[in-house]
Design a protein around this ligand. Structure first.
Ligand SMILES: [Zn+2]
Length: 272
């Protein structure tokens, strides 16, 4: 396992934040109600500033997957992410599901999302994560057509791996996540539809620390998926900081953006 990651690092940890804001409420769950929308606003008002401050204090780079709508509404926050050197990835336009909508709709959503991010960063994003991990068949093709380096919507492995696009079988690098390492699986509460949520942060810390330790032992990769409106609570930010401190006790842990992980993986493949 030695030599897989840059600078002799033993394992790679990718912190990622899906900045859905209100889109998950008004679009994904079709609940454009003030109460639900304000949950999304919490992510922008409290979550993002706390996350950016934490990353700054520990000198870490992360990946923010941002729907185009969110970038259009909160450009100042996305500008701050970009200016701090974090990766900005594509996450749909309104966090919509485009599975079964056809190639044309998938292309329209992908293009709109790219335009919104490009207005802020000046570049086409290199990474994509489908809203709620629901990757649509044509989008994976379209990512390659638009010069994306990787997808991070699937959960089929621990390490980056190759997938074949559904239509033409072209290779696309997958940088996988997992539901175990996603904050919403544990913390997101809702009445309708009912999500239990409200896990103790001690319970989640126990799971996340064990997963991190396993990745370290394997010399592997681990993606952590968080949402500003969920992880951004004070109690959960304290849990995240505790985890970062645990990981930083080991100098061989490489904190990297998902794009850096993808590029390191590709570089390694090209020499082996
Ligand atoms: Zn999302």
């Amino acid at each position: 396992m030695q030599g897989r990651w840059p600078s002799g690092k033993r394992c790679a940890v990718g912190l990622s934040f899906d900045f859905d804001a209100e889109t998950i409420w008004f679009r994904t769950l079709r609940q454009p109600f003030l109460g639900q929308m304000s949950r999304g606003e919490y992510g922008a008002r409290e979550g993002v500033p706390r996350i950016l401050e934490l990353l700054r204090r520990y000198d870490l780079k992360a990946t923010f997957y941002v729907p185009g709508w969110t970038a259009d509404k909160y450009p100042h926050l996305v500008e701050q992410m970009h200016a701090a050197g974090h990766e900005i990835g594509h996450h749909g336009y309104e966090h919509e599901y485009v599975v079964n909508k056809g190639r044309e709709v998938e292309l329209e959503v992908l293009s709109k999302g790219i335009e919104s991010l490009q207005r802020i960063t000046g570049a086409v994003p290199k990474g994509y994560r489908a809203p709620a991990g629901n990757a649509a068949p044509h989008t994976l093709e379209l990512l390659l057509d638009h010069g994306f380096t990787y997808d991070s919507s699937l959960v089929g492995g621990d390490e980056p791996y190759w997938i074949q696009t559904p239509e033409t079988g072209r290779p696309l690098l997958e940088v996988p996540f997992s539901w175990e390492m996603t904050d919403t699986s544990h913390f997101l509460f809702n009445y309708h539809p009912y999500y239990t949520g409200m896990s103790s942060q001690n319970k989640v810390y126990e799971i996340w620390q064990a997963e991190c330790d396993g990745a370290f032992d394997d010399g592997g990769f681990l993606s952590i998926v968080m949402h500003p409106q969920v992880i951004g609570r004070r109690s959960r930010m304290a849990m995240l900081e505790r985890l970062i401190r645990h990981l930083q006790e080991r100098e061989e842990v490489w904190f990297a953006t998902h794009l850096e992980v993808a590029e390191a993986w590709l570089a390694q493949e090209s020499v082996s």
